[in-house]
Design a protein around this ligand. Structure first.
Ligand code: SIN
Ligand code: FE
Length: 291
C-alpha cells in the first residue's frame, strides 16, 4: 500500500530507476511515502500554528496560485501577506518535487490549489455526510469536474505536538467501482448543461464526473460499507510527506491537525499506464465512453 522514497530535500534529483519505480508504484495505486520530507515554517510563520486565522465557514485555508490569492482565512494586511507567502513557498516546493520525481508528467500536469489545514479533523462537524471526509471515499468535487483528469495530491504533516495524521485506506478502485456502479442512477436530461449555465459547475460535467460523484456520495452514504469494507489505518507521523492519487485511492481522514496539501491534475494520456486510471476502469466496466 505504501512505497517509500528517501529524501529530505524538495529539490532532490532522482535517478531514472527511482523515477520509473515511483511512477509504476504510484499509477498502480500505491501511496508514495516520503518519511523524511518535511516543510519547515520560518520563525515569523509559527504564529500560524493556531486556528484563529481560519474562516469558520471553511475547512482549509487555500491559495490560488493563478490569482495569487487566499481563501478561507480571516487574516488581513501583513498577516495575510505572511500567510500567502507561506503557502506560495509550499506551492513551489511541491511543484519542484513533482517535476523532479515525475519528469514524464511535466509537459501535461497542471497545478491546482495549495492548502493549509490548521483545523483538527477529529470532532469537526461536517455540513452533510457528503462533506464528511472521515468516511471512506474517492475524491470527486461537485463544482469542479476534472473531465477525466487524475487528481494527485501531496500532503505534509507539520504538526508541532507530535500528532499523526490518521487515515483509513480502503480497497482498490476497481473493487470500489464494481461495488457502487450498479447503484449509479441516470442523470436527469440536460443536467450538465444547466449546471454549467447556472454557474454551478466551473466546467462541463462529463459522464465521468457524474459517475465519480455518484460513487463518492454512495460510498459516504453506506454506513455498512464504511464499517465492513477492506481497510487499513495509516498514521502519517509529523514531518513526513506523502503523494496520493485521491481519485482512485479510497481514503478517509480520521484525525490530525496542521498539514499542507498541493493538488495537481493530470490528463490520463500522460500516464504510463492509462488503464490504471478511474476513467479507463469505469469505461471498461460500463462499456461506455465517459468523456
Ligand atoms: C481528504 O482528502 O479526504 C482529506 C485528507 C486530509 O486532510 O488529510
Ligand atoms: Fe478526500
Amino acid at each position: 500500500m505504501l512505497y517509500e522514497i528517501q529524501t529530505n530535500d524538495w529539490h532532490n534529483v532522482y535517478s531514472n530507476e527511482v523515477q520509473s519505480a515511483a511512477v509504476q508504484a504510484f499509477e498502480s495505486g500505491k501511496i508514495l511515502l516520503l518519511p523524511q520530507l518535511t516543510f519547515q515554517l520560518l520563525e515569523h510563520e509559527k504564529i500560524f500554528f493556531s486556528t484563529e486565522f481560519s474562516h469558520p465557514r471553511f475547512k482549509n485555508i487555500s491559495y490560488n496560485p493563478s490569482k495569487d490569492a487566499l481563501r478561507g482565512t480571516t487574516c488581513q494586511a501583513e498577516h495575510y501577506d505572511k500567510l500567502k507567502k507561506m503557502l506560495a513557498r509550499y506551492f513551489l516546493a511541491a511543484n519542484t518535487l513533482m517535476n523532479q520525481l515525475f519528469p514524464a508528467y511535466q509537459h501535461a500536469i497542471q497545478a491546482g490549489r495549495t492548502s493549509f489545514r490548521p483545523i483538527e479533523i477529529k470532532g469537526r462537524v461536517p455540513k452533510s455526510f457528503r462533506k464528511d471526509d472521515t468516511r471512506l471515499h474517492v475524491d470527486a468535487f461537485p463544482m469542479s469536474p476534472t473531465q477525466g483528469k487524475r487528481i494527485i495530491r501531496i500532503f505534509t504533516n507539520i504538526n508541532p505536538q507530535g500528532k499523526a495524521r490518521v487515515w483509513r485506506v480502503g480497497e482498490p478502485f476497481r473493487d470500489v467501482a464494481r461495488q457502487f456502479l450498479p447503484q449509479v442512477r441516470k442523470p436527469w436530461p440536460g443536467r450538465s448543461f444547466w449546471l454549467k449555465t447556472l454557474g454551478l459547475t466551473k466546467s462541463y460535467c462529463t459522464k465521468y464526473d457524474y459517475t465519480m460523484l455518484q460513487i463518492h456520495n454512495q460510498m459516504k452514504a453506506d454506513l455498512k460499507y464504511q464499517k465492513n469494507a477492506l481497510q487499513t489505518e495509516i498514521c502519517f507521523v509529523p514531518n513526513t510527506s506523502w503523494i496520493v492519487s485521491t481519485d482512485s485511492v479510497s481514503h478517509a481522514a480520521m484525525a490530525g491537525q496542521y498539514a499542507f496539501e498541493q493538488t495537481f491534475y493530470l490528463p490520463v494520456s500522460a500516464m504510463k499506464v492509462p488503464q490504471f486510471s478511474p476513467l479507463r476502469i469505469l469505461e471498461a466496466l460500463t462499456g461506455h465512453v465517459l468523456v
